[in-house]
Design a protein around this ligand. Structure first.
Ligand code: IVH
Length: 666
């Protein structure tokens, strides 16, 4: 009996999967919603009667009822890189040149050009063809496990027709019509509106209740297939494989035989993107052949074989009320345009950067002018030009300040540099800037120590450097008497200061604020040298041995670590208990590391699961299909076709006893 029920269940699931695919991936439904619901209800009923037959990949299991209280962190096996941006044809040509130089060739390079979807990137893992986990990008290395939310997106298959274990990456987005419909409904019910589809997507995939996520009109385009069990020759092969497996890929990609075809593609879509039913912010250009991708490699943050071409940003004209001068943490003094507030591409802008004095002179930007401002994606808005026809007759050119607007010390302009500097390291603006950076999210992540509070604490003399953060406890009673500071918020602040001591060394290194040492470089240095002491005793040649570290960075690191003021700060931070070395990972028994195993047939002395766990605990990897890369095939009673395949490919075959011997070898 149960055989026939389970057959019926399987048949229903298969039919529902096919209809789901036709509806959500191909947008070509072949049955009515009514008929679909009928099939689904039939399956639900059968599963209710036989709950033991419910599997997580069943079409009934898309929407879970459990609330996620806190998303667990998810360690990406392979880093999720981001892309460097280009904004013009010239920059694309320069990219092509770098690629050719890197590959040592003059020949045309084949590229794949894809639309850059403006959404949120995610990674989905499948085990033996079954949806297993999904995570956000996070910082590229560690994201958040949002499995239950991603499962609700109907265009993502829960099971595909393959045995492979693989990862798929793609962009979750909200189509424009769904976005407007959702906002209309929210307006009616008095809920807050989302500013744009990307924010709506980001907000939706982080909701605690998958039931609500399921009502959000989310969709996905996948663009990357990764599996240790299936080697790919090219990006285009990856896209077609995804399509074949039933994933949704963007149909408007193009394989271009050279960079000029890429440029034509970019021009075409710059015009045509307005017709698309979803938002794009550019084109992603990828070297097609995987062997070339491997040869080119990556920088700390992004691949050298791919680049994003950003569409020309949206512009607006507004009045520049005043130019102010902002002192950064490194002492650089940057001109800032204070603008008549204006709404542009999703947000209201009242300030924009003017970069540096030379730029102001070159563009002849003056107070009172009507200026063109531009916003490119998430970049800080900038002033790109002046409408001279609207200039007042009595306007005057901007004067370069000679003294620091904050500490009034004399400003310096080094030769060969466009920037002007305040060289007084005790300038309160610099102190504030350094502390803000230290406490910021990407660095020590001290919640409750934001800009306004840092401002206040520096002005009151409680903080003179970031090392003082760890003596703030001494001011407990003073803090309590400050306006707006409750017992609770002080407790919270102290707790997050305490917590920051657990931040890993690479974050501490980034937090120190060494010039040119961003978070990626800090990680490289931390991984490469292991401790601050080893960094301090290293020469610039040693530093430059690391990938991506050139003289500019090495000089800056050495200068920083030789400055007695910085050494004193580092010592104080050490005393406070911050981490100045990388954690040593516990040594596990790695006897099987680098070896892959395929199990076939029934084992007698252990279950398959026990065997797999043992393999993993010894550093090996159990996989499901045999390839020439498989190290061993372990054969039990009644082996399947995998044995034949192993024999054909000449893969080493072990009996159960031989396998036990291998794992018991000391
Ligand atoms: S490839 C190593 N392809 O753009 C390759 N990314 O700025 C990295 N994106 O984080 C990504 N559409 O969120 C790639 N067709 C596409 C994309 C795409 C959108 C997003 C993605 C990524 C960001 C990079």
């Amino acid at each position: 009996m149960s055989e026939s029920v389970s057959e019926k269940i399987n048949e229903l699931r298969e039919r529902l999967r096919t209809h789901n695919y036709k509806y959500y991936v191909l947008a070509e439904p072949s049955i009515s919603d009514y008929e679909y619901d009928k099939l689904l209800n039939e399956l639900i009923e059968l599963e209710n009667e036989h709950p033991e037959l419910i599997t997580p990949d069943s079409p009934t299991q898309r929407v879970g009822s459990d609330l996620t209280k806190e998303f667990k962190s998810f360690q990406h096996k392979y880093q999720m890189l981001s892309l460097a941006n280009t904004y013009s044809e010239d920059e694309l040509l320069a990219f092509d040149k770098r690629v050719k130089n890197g590959l040592n060739t003059d020949e045309d390079i084949e590229y794949v050009a894809e639309l850059k979807i403006d959404g949120v990137s995610i990674s989905i893992h499948y085990r033996n063809g079954v949806f297993f986990k999904a995570a956000t990008r996070g910082d590229g290395r560690v994201g958040e496990d949002i499995t239950n939310n991603i499962k609700t997106i109907r265009s993502i298959p829960l099971k595909v027709n393959t045995d492979l274990t693989f990862e798929v990456r793609g962009e979750v987005f909200m189509p424009l019509d769904g976005f407007s419909r959702m906002n209309e409904e929210r307006a009616l019910s008095g809920e807050k509106l989302f500013v744009n589809p990307r924010n709506a997507t980001a907000g939706s995939i982080k909701l605690q209740d998958p039931k609500i996520v399921a009502t959000r009109p989310l969709d996905i385009f996948t663009y990357y297939f990764l599996s240790e069990e299936r080697e790919l020759k090219s990006q285009s092969e990856g896209l077609e494989l995804l399509r074949k497996l039933g994933f949704k890929i963007n149909p408007d990609y193009s394989v271009c035989s050279n960079i000029s075809e890429v440029i034509d593609f970019c021009d075409k879509w710059d015009q045509k993107r307005a017709e698309l039913p979803y938002e794009t912010d550019g084109i992603v250009v990828k070297v097609n052949l995987v062997k070339y991708q491997k040869a080119l490699g990556n920088t700390a943050k992004s691949p050298k074989w791919a680049v994003a071409y950003k569409f020309s940003a949206k512009q607006a004209v507004t009045k520049l009320k005043k130019i102010t001068w902002q002192v950064g943490r490194t002492g650089i003094v940057t001109p800032v345009a204070e603008l008549e507030p204006i709404f542009l591409a999703g947000s209201t802008i009242s300030r924009a950067t003017l970069h540096n004095v030379d730029e102001i002179k070159r563009k002849d930007i003056r107070e009172g002018d009507f200026v063109m401002i531009e916003k490119g994606g998430d970049v800080i808005p900038k002033v790109v030009g002046v409408d001279l026809s609207k200039r007042d007759t009595d306007s005057v050119p901007v004067e370069t300040p000679s003294e620091c607007p904050v500490c009034h010390s004399k400003l310096v302009k080094p030769e060969n540099e466009v920037a002007i500097y305040c060289e007084n390291s005790k300038c309160s603006a610099q102190i504030k800037g350094r502390i803000i950076h230290f406490a910021s999210k990407g660095a020590m992540d001290i919640e409750g120590l934001g800009e306004a509070i840092i401002d206040q604490f520096v002005d009151l003399g409680y903080l003179n450097s970031y090392a003082d953060i760890y003596s703030l406890f001494d001011y407990e009673s003073e803090l309590k008497s400050l306006e707006g500071f409750g017992e609770k918020s002080i407790e919270k602040l102290f707790a997050s200061i305490e917590h920051s001591k657990t931040q890993p060394f690479h974050r501490v290194l980034f937090a120190l604020g060494i010039r040119f040492v961003g978070s990626g470089v800090a990680r490289k240095l931390a991984d490469g040298f292991g401790s601050i002491d080893r960094l301090m005793s290293s020469t610039s040649e040693e530093l430059e041995k690391l990938d991506e570290i050139g003289t500019r960075i090495s000089n800056s690191v050495i200068r920083f670590l030789n400055d007695p003021i910085n050494l004193d700060l580092i010592n104080r931070l050490k005393e406070a208990g911050l981490k100045f070395e990388t954690e040593k990972l516990p040594q596990v028994d790695k006897k099987l590391s680098g070896n892959t195993f395929v199990l076939t047939g029934t084992l007698e002395k252990m279950t398959r699961k026990e065997a797999e766990e043992k393999i993993i605990s010894m550093g090996g990897k159990p996989t499901s299909s045999v390839s020439k890369k498989t190290s061993y095939v372990v054969v039990g009673e009644n082996p399947g076709s995998k044995l034949e395949k192993a024999e054909k490919l000449g893969v080493k075959i072990l009996t159960e006893d031989e396998f036990i011997k291998l794992i018991n070898l000391d």
